[in-house]
Design a protein around this ligand. Structure first.
Ligand SMILES: O=C(O)c1ccccc1NCC(=O)[C@H](O)[C@H](O)COP(=O)(O)O
Length: 219
């Protein structure tokens, strides 16, 4: 039987998106703070979403190599439950941010091939969770949210020491297979549930959550 996975919907940009994620039963809502992204939120826009989020929907701030002032400005205004570090933060910086802000930290680790796997242990040592994502192409405009997947067999059967989330190119159509193959207990999606970059599709969000939980989508 397919295990029931916890679901993060990343890159919400409107109250409509937030409601779709909450109604579908998502566990985490991701807010992107990265100016070049079509999913980027100002601090004010993120605050409006975060205060509207229902209890039980964990609010995740996705940041990329943030400086202290940027993070301070976000966290002073936006009630956040977890930080997602999606840049090239070295392990020492991950540990420092975790200590400085007193929030759980999820470090994104990009995987393209077996040479990337040792990074997982290095970041497990300093993070509360890992986000195991596809490594973007060197010339990619965005460090994540590219709808790109990696070879899931690379992590199948791995012994994990921390909770982790599978990400990268997941869709309502492939998430059940990804969960079965990797044993992921948590999954993350952004572009796979969008109608257009930065605009989520409520029907796709519902189908994704159902598929991740091993429930067939209604015909
Ligand atoms: O979504 C963005 O625009 C983004 C910008 C900068 C860093 C990370 C970004 N997104 C990360 C994610 O949304 C997900 O955590 C992950 O990469 C999966 O995305 P997708 O393949 O689109 O489902």
């Amino acid at each position: 039987m397919t295990p029931a996975a916890r679901v993060k919907i990343c890159g919400l940009t409107s109250l409509r998106d937030l409601e779709a994620a909450a109604t579908a039963g998502a566990n985490y809502a991701g807010f992107v703070f990265f100016a070049k992204s079509p999913r980027h939120l100002s601090v004010d826009a993120a605050r409006a979403l975060a205060v509207a989020a229902p209890v039980g929907l964990a609010k995740v701030a996705l940041v990329v190599d943030p400086d202290d002032a940027t993070l301070d400005a976000i966290l002073a205004q936006v009630p956040i439950d977890m930080l997602q570090l999606h840049g090239a933060e070295p392990p020492e910086r991950v540990a420092a941010l975790r200590a400085r802000h007193g929030l759980p930290v999820m470090k994104a680790v990009g995987i393209a091939d077996a040479a990337d796997l040792p990074k997982l242990a290095r970041y497990e040592a300093v993070s509360d969770q890992l986000l195991v994502d596809a490594k973007p192409a060197p010339d990619a405009a965005l460090p994540g949210g590219n709808g790109l997947s990696f070879d899931w067999r690379l992590i199948a059967g791995r012994d994990w020491t921390k909770p982790w989330m599978l990400a990268g190119g997941l869709t309502p159509d492939n998430v059940a297979q990804a969960v079965r193959l990797t044993g992921a207990q948590q999954v993350d999606v952004s572009s796979g549930v969008e109608a257009a970059p930065g605009i989520k599709d409520a029907t796709r969000i519902a189908a994704f959550v159902q598929a991740a939980r091993g429930v067939s989508a209604p015909a």
